[in-house]
Design a protein around this ligand. Structure first.
Ligand code: HEC
Length: 139
């Protein structure tokens, strides 16, 4: 009897988890993610120069966090045509992971309040994955 109920519970939980997984579909196109999240955030990071106040540093930190969020979304691809399929490709995930890792490096530079490190990471780590992904996927 107890075993029976347990099996029923497992069946319910399994269907709950399955529907949660089904909801993990993109809500935005890649273009929307680029224009609404990646571009505004990287403008702040690349434009950071002679930072003086605490709130300026915090703004850069939030921008790097936004890039991490965008990379997290891009793991699923986007709603545009063929964008779920490209997310399954190694080159897509590779460029995206590099962008994510670069944004984490930005956060480290921000934590240290190190503007030289910030500009170095911006140029050497954050920019190349934009280029490589666009070369492979931007029409
Ligand atoms: C994982 C792949 C990937 C990465 C990484 C990536 N992009 Fe993109 N980006 C795309 C694709 C694909 C398009 C083309 C979208 C379209 O036209 O539908 C695009 C388009 C764009 C556009 C043009 C949007 C438009 O309105 O046509 C800008 C600007 C842009 N990306 C900025 C960036 C910047 C800045 C970075 C790096 C910080 C970056 N992207 C990193 C895939 C990527």
């Amino acid at each position: 009897m107890t075993g029976c109920r347990f099996a029923g519970l497992i069946a319910i939980l399994t269907s709950v988890f399955a529907s949660v997984a089904d909801e993990l579909t993109p809500e935005l196109s890649v273009k929307e993610i680029m224009n609404s999240i990646v571009t505004p955030a990287t403008n702040i990071i690349w434009g950071a120069y002679q930072l003086e106040t605490e709130s300026q540093w915090q703004e850069v930190g939030r921008a790097a966090t936004a890039v991490i969020g965008a990379a997290n979304l891009l793991m699923l691809g986007g709603t545009g045509e063929g964008e779920t399929e490209i997310a399954g490709e190694a080159e897509w995930q590779r460029s995206n992971q590099l962008m994510l890792a670069a944004a984490r490096q930005v956060l480290v530079a921000v934590d240290k309040r190190d503007e030289n490190a910030l500009s170095q990471v911006g140029n050497d780590a954050l920019y190349p994955p934009c280029e490589s992904c666009h070369q492979a996927y931007q029409k």
